[in-house]
Design a binder for this molecule. Structure first.
Ligand code: PMP
Length: 414
């Protein structure tokens, strides 16, 4: 009966049910935004007295803030095993980081049709254009489809997700890196989901860039990062032109700074970055094996329970992928996913995500264009949470619950 690996803020929060009872909130929506860890929230509180302008002057609090910000940047780089020459650019989130890279790529970009929109849509902006390869039903087939395209035409960048936000599946990263580099192509990994579940080292893996968000790593909202090779980023137009991104401005000319300052115009988000760095350090301190075991045990229990229900489909892209991480998307046939999510929240105090998960092409491919339900497991998930989710699903299957619900502005309510 696994207990939380790390204490999270709100773990004991009670929420009201429609029948008037209150129950502990069982939150399965960490893949969208994870609750903050208690230690990270404390770190944010500790830093608030030094809330001052970063990189702007010699006032005492400004100096402390600047030091905190730059130390946090180093910690964020270390979290993903940045090479000594890599640059860590602080962004708003993964979407922002991938948009920044898109404007810096000096050529064509290749990606897959199973990506989150954040790793599909920004590539439209790259000067060289982009191509989307259809993932095949097997990992080997998908790698060979990618190879076919890479062999036929030159690409500057291959953009793949570290872990699917729909199925929790991953391509074997070593093979993808090898493939890309064999064709002289760099690789960016969308680490938004991966890094909450597994480690990634740029140095050890050879991955050229990684993009990720603090709010999926148990840090409060506000910051993300792009970490990787410096050259393209130093040649790109500044992501946010303004104060802080320049060395010198005259009425007729601008001398832009190099990265990271070049892309971080405007007052930096000190609290967001400190929180992300603290979360990264806390996650890194959890032994790999412990993280894996905690998640696998709960994941197995959830899958076994789902398979015992009639008429359940669990989303998979590849028949032969390695074990997915604890991100499980499923459908109960004949059930509207939004209605099921509303039922679980209102009558069982269980929060899941419903919808199309910003991965419309993938959902369409699965034939699930009407959406599905996603339950994600993380360091705060307990055995009791999984039991509660399964009990809720069993209750749904057992009776006719639908009559009590109606749609208001597209949302199901009791
Ligand atoms: N990629 C993946 C795989 C994701 O799951 C998400 C968030 N759902 C993103 C990118 C975008 O992250 P953000 O909204 O923090 O930019």
């Amino acid at each position: 009966c696994p207990t939380p690996l790390l204490p999270l803020v709100g773990a004991d929060v009670e929420i009201p049910l429609v029948d008037g009872r209150t129950v502990r909130h069982a939150n399965f929506d960490g893949a969208a935004s994870a609750p903050a860890s208690v230690a990270v929230a404390q770190r944010v509180t500790d830093v608030l007295p030094w809330y001052a302008s970063v990189h702007r002057g010699a006032g005492y609090a400004s100096q402390v803030s600047t030091a905190l910000y730059e130390r946090a940047r180093e910690d964020v780089g270390r979290f993903v095993g940045a090479r000594p020459d890599d640059v860590t650019i602080i962004t708003r989130n993964t979407t922002d980081a991938l948009n920044l890279l898109a404007s810096a790529v000096p050529g064509r970009v290749l990606t897959l049709d199973v990506e989150h929109h954040a790793n599909l849509l920004p590539w439209d902006r790259s000067q060289g254009g982009h191509e989307v390869v259809r993932a095949q039903p097997t990992v080997a087939g998908t790698l060979s489809a990618l190879q076919g395209v890479l062999a036929a035409r030159r690409f500057a960048l291959l953009a793949v997700t570290g872990t699917s936000n729909v199925t929790g599946e991953s391509l074997p990263l070593a093979a993808v890196v090898d493939l890309a580099h064999r064709y002289g192509c760099r690789i960016v990994v969308d680490g938004a989901q991966l890094l909450a579940h597994r480690r990634l080292s740029l140095e050890d893996s050879g991955v050229d860039y990684v993009a990720f968000s603090g709010h999926k790593l148990y840090a409060p909202f506000g910051a993300g990062a792009l970490v990787g090779r410096r050259d393209w980023l130093d040649h790109a137009a500044p992501h946010l032109a303004g104060g802080g991104a320049v060395r010198q401005v005259s009425s007729s000319a601008v001398q832009w700074a190099t990265s990271p300052a070049r892309h971080e115009g405007g007052t930096p988000n000190l609290v967001g970055v400190v929180a992300m760095a603290a979360a990264a350090a806390e996650l890194s301190a959890v032994p790999d094996e412990e993280l894996r075991q905690h998640e696998e045990q709960l994941h197995r229990a959830l899958l076994d329970g789902l398979r015992a229900l009639p008429e359940v489909d669990v989303a998979r892209i590849w028949v032969d992928s390695a074990e997915p991480v604890g991100v499980v998307t499923f459908r109960l046939r004949e059930t509207d996913p939004g209605l099921l999510a509303a039922f679980l929240a209102a009558e069982h105090g269980v929060s899941v995500r419903d919808g199309r998960f910003c991965a419309h092409p993938l959902l369409d491919r699965l034939g699930w264009g009407a959406g599905a339900v996603r339950a994600s497991i993380g360091i705060g998930t307990t055995g009791d949470d999984v039991d509660r989710l399964l009990a809720g699903l069993q209750a749904w299957v057992a009776g006719d619950q639908q009559a009590r619900y109606a749609q208001e502005d597209g949302v199901w309510v009791v």
